[in-house]
Design a binder for this molecule. Structure first.
Ligand SMILES: C[S@@+](CC[C@H](N)C(=O)[O-])C[C@H]1O[C@@H](n2cnc3c(N)ncnc32)[C@H](O)[C@@H]1O
Length: 145
């Protein structure tokens, strides 16, 4: 009897792929197991048990982010979780200066608007502030399909 395999994806994993996750990244020098674009995942519909994506979508313009959201909704199994972490920093200027490949500073309400068209059972968001060594600001989004 063949057991259903649990597959978890870390999309845009870079060099910090999450343990137990299959890494996907566009950069061949990353830790990815699959070199592919997050905007065109080589993954079957409704086949993934968990998705994590950290510090990826600030590298996308809104049109690309919408496409990314289409892709994760497509591949995630019903009832399963996607965890998305977005660097927001304190200002657009700071965010864009921090990394030359950053393209856009998202607001939580913009992200939630993009997610409205999907029928996620749950959409939770949190803003995190880290002040210990340097001020940081991140949006964490939890989606349950
Ligand atoms: C700032 S790094 C984040 C790495 C890691 N997730 C972390 O939190 O440390 C952004 C990663 O996104 C990848 N990336 C950028 N555009 C991508 C795309 N269209 N598809 C997949 N990965 C992409 C980059 O190659 C890079 O490894």
């Amino acid at each position: 009897m063949i057991k259903n395999k649990v597959i978890k994806l870390d999309i845009g994993c870079g060099e910090r792929k999450k343990k137990g996750f299959v890494g996907i990244d566009i950069d061949p020098n990353s830790d990815a197991d699959i070199i592919a674009s997050a905007l065109d995942l080589p993954i079957e519909n409704d086949s993934i048990d968990e998705i994590q994506s950290s510090h990826l979508i600030e590298h996308f313009l809104p049109k690309e982010t919408q496409r990314f959201f289409d892709e994760i909704y497509r591949v995630l199994k019903r009832g399963k979780l996607a965890n998305i972490k977005i660097d927001k920093d304190w200002t657009k200027k700071r965010l864009l200066a921090k990394d030359s490949t950053h393209k856009y500073r998202y607001k939580t309400k913009e992200i939630k608007k993009m997610l409205e068209k999907f029928s996620y059972k749950k959409v939770k968001d949190k803003i995190f502030f880290f002040r210990l060594y340097q001020p940081r600001r991140k949006i964490f989004i939890k989606l349950i399909k």
